[in-house]
Write a new protein. Structure first.
Length: 402
């Protein structure tokens, strides 16, 4: 670990040599927000849509004169979903004097920033990370400690648990999603539940969340199958889980491995109920599976209100903003989340977040803030804004239904 951290430190020094002069100290009439996401690689569609929605909202606000006379500027760097690159980008953005970080994606990526104390040492806020890892969202007062590895080792993805005051989580956690899915499965008469999980920090935290949710229902895992993120090969996991004949299987996976699992598992057990967390997007899942109707019935937990619902103020606003400033990016739960994160930042600026230091004050003032039917509850010692979770189901034609 020491060698690995030394390598990341060298990367940071290299980043600092070329990045410091590219953005002037955020002052005057701009608030600069730094983002590191995957614009290339297997998760490029996630990163592009998430970032596009954030930018669309900032453009919408800027077109109306900005906030308190300040324009909101989003600076985006590509990390190809690689933790080391995320670390490098974060260091570069910090050296470029951005006012805050926002919309970083991936549990291993954000975990690395925590382990290396990148956020803590620079005391810079990271708002709306696209991760529900509960090890990154502990209660105030919980001391930082090495995370339990469970029954397998995560190697470079060893995590640190504790209260991280620089992390402002806009979405619900994986434990919230797990509880919702497990309760729904149990309400449908299912007691035999299996889990597919990955050999990284996301898989580790998700597995712990599912296990805890089952324990609350006085149940235990019926089966579990692990796959390697590097290869994405789920074939052994499919066989291990299918042999136990669970009534439901929860997939802790991104879209590509989830699609591969569904295609293979349906051949062995077409009747099992399959669920995924919000890490999977329905349109991309249907596209990745490529077989008509095979995604039908898959349940997906969602941590944002339905973006196509024209009855809520937030959804109507999101549709309007994307139509005017996000042309070419289809509306989805992912773009809705980007919209909400950007709106939270704008409101924090309105409430006094004019620079890196005062941004904490602006964010902490958002207790009970109504973003249009989605409520934000930050506070001086609270960094988890919401526990909102809904479960949707993919219909016969690939559309999402509640």
């Amino acid at each position: 670990m020491k060698k690995q951290l030394f390598r990341f430190t060298r990367i940071a020094l290299a980043a600092g040599t070329f990045g410091a002069s590219s953005i002037a100290l955020a002052a005057g009439n701009e608030i600069v927000i730094g983002q590191s996401v995957a614009l290339t690689g297997s998760l490029a569609e996630v990163g592009k849509d998430y970032s596009a929605a954030m930018k669309a909202y900032f453009d919408y606000v800027n077109a109306k004169g900005g906030i308190n006379g300040k324009q909101l500027k989003l600076v985006v760097k590509d990390d190809a979903s690689t933790p080391a690159k995320t670390f490098q980008n974060a260091q570069a953005l910090i050296n470029e004097n951005v006012d805050l970080l926002a919309g970083f994606t991936g549990t291993p990526n954000v975990s690395l920033l925590v382990r290396t104390k990148t956020l803590q040492k620079n005391n810079i806020a990271l708002v709306g990370p696209l991760t529900g890892a509960d090890s990154l969202r502990k209660h105030y007062g919980e001391e930082e400690q090495k995370a339990d590895q469970g029954n397998y080792q995560l190697g470079a993805d060893t995590m640190t648990e504790g209260y991280i005051p620089q992390l402002f989580h806009v979405r619900a956690g994986y434990a919230d999603e797990a509880q919702k899915i497990v309760k729904q499965a149990v309400s449908l008469g299912m007691s035999k539940i299996g889990v597919l999980y990955s050999d990284d920090a996301f898989g580790k935290t998700g597995l712990a969340a599912i296990t805890a949710a089952l324990k609350a229902q006085k149940l235990q895992l019926t089966a579990k199958g692990i796959y390697t993120v590097k290869t994405g090969d789920v074939s052994d996991a499919v066989k291990n889980i299918a042999n136990a004949q669970p009534q439901a299987v929860i997939l802790l996976a991104n879209t590509t491995p989830a699609a591969a699992f569904i295609k293979q598992y349906r051949q062995l057990d077409p009747g099992a109920q399959l669920f995924t967390l919000s890490t999977v997007t329905a349109p991309n899942l249907v596209k990745a599976i490529g077989v008509q109707g095979m995604a039908h019935g898959v349940g997906i937990s969602q941590v944002m209100p339905m973006p196509t619902n024209s009855l809520t103020p937030l959804s109507k606003e999101h549709q309007k903003v994307m139509a005017e400033y996000g042309k070419g990016t289809p509306i989805s739960y992912l773009t809705m989340e980007g919209h909400v994160v950007a709106k939270v930042i704008a409101e924090a600026v309105r409430r006094g977040g004019n620079n890196r230091a005062s941004m904490f004050t602006g964010l902490e003032a958002l207790k009970g803030y109504d973003a249009g039917g989605y409520f934000i509850n930050f506070g001086p010692n609270e960094r988890r804004a919401s526990k909102y979770v809904d479960v949707t189901v993919i219909g016969a034609n690939g559309e999402l239904m509640r």
